[in-house]
Write a protein that binds this ligand. Structure first.
Ligand code: C5P
Length: 290
């Protein structure tokens, strides 16, 4: 009998188009209000049937990953098997194309992709409420990455409201090569908490998005710049590009994005930035609509 082809699951980059820190829980976790979207660039997981669980790495950022047993991907796989009492294994490969510790969900998106891949490989019922609990226990961004749909994320990441419609948006992602620690950025945040934003409930066009986002911000941008000043340079470079509409940091950084008025303007800007800053990771992409 021929071997089954591997199950492939994309782990798209996650972008926080805005991120308001609205409070802090007694356990130290911060309450958020964030518009989370995904785009057509990211990592990839492959899963093949096997007797035990194993993880291999490939791709341009594979060398920056921790030892496989310390990767969130392996924790996700072990905990999924444990939660659903699965005694099978899997041979996993992570193709790492996104920079590590960069605010675009890499680790969370990879963990969510491995959950989706193993749900298919092990034929688990995904409607089971235990999955949502397991996803949140792996990280605040894992539940939204499991959905991979435009969503308003509240609470610490568990309260998700999928947007019924959302436009495709051309953008450029830039990471200046500096990893930033998420706990350090949250810790460096000072001042009052923000109010939650009221994202329009009706249909929004691509032309309207930048204007609506003007009423929002990423509350982690200032503390992240204090830790890694190169983030301010990255934003300046994005703002200097022809056709850019709005430039901002994603998550806890250091990756920044800019929305562009057209796909061709985004590609032209990405080429120009990559030429001028050869050490930076630069990617033109399109935000998935809904
Ligand atoms: O959940 P995750 O592992 O992504 O979070 C990493 C760290 O970031 C947490 O340990 C916490 O210090 C901080 N964090 C937070 N509030 C959130 C998400 C993360 O304070 N909503």
């Amino acid at each position: 009998m021929a071997a089954e082809p591997p199950i492939r699951e994309p782990a798209p980059a996650k972008i926080n188009l805005y991120l308001h820190v609205t409070g802090r829980r007694p356990d130290g976790y911060h309450l958020l209000d964030s518009l989370v979207v995904f785009c057509d660039t990211g990592d990839r997981i492959e899963a093949c049937a096997a007797g035990t669980l194993s993880l291999d790495y490939a791709g341009p950022f594979a060398a920056d990953l921790p030892a496989p047993e310390d990767n969130l991907v392996m924790r996700a796989a072990h905990e999924l098997a444990q939660t659903f009492e699965i005694s099978k294994g899997a041979r996993l490969t992570l193709f790492k194309s996104l920079p590590v510790a960069s605010g675009i969900g890499g680790g969370s998106a990879d963990a969510a992709a491995v959950l989706r891949a193993l749900i298919r490989l092990w034929r688990i019922d995904p409607e089971d409420g235990r999955l949502a609990k397991l996803a949140l226990s792996l990280g605040a961004d894992v539940p939204v990455c499991l959905m991979t749909r435009p969503a308003i994320m509240r609470g610490i990441g568990e309260d998700l409201q999928l947007l019924p419609s959302f436009p495709e948006l051309p953008l450029v992602l830039v990471n200046p090569g500096t990893g930033v620690s998420t706990p350090a950025v949250f810790k460096a945040r000072t001042g009052d908490f923000s109010l939650a934003f009221d994202w329009p409930s009706g249909t929004v066009t691509a032309d309207e998005v930048p204007g609506i986002l003007d009423g929002t911000m990423n509350d982690l941008q200032v503390p992240a710049i204090a830790i890694a000043p190169v983030i301010a340079d990255t934003l300046e470079v994005l703002q200097a590009q022809t056709g850019h509409l709005l430039a901002r940091m994603s998550g806890s950084g250091a990756t920044c994005f800019a929305l562009f008025e057209s796909t061709s303007a985004a590609h032209t800007a990405a080429h120009a930035i990559a030429d001028a800053y050869p050490g930076w990771w630069v990617q033109a992409a399109t935000v998935y609509g809904a």
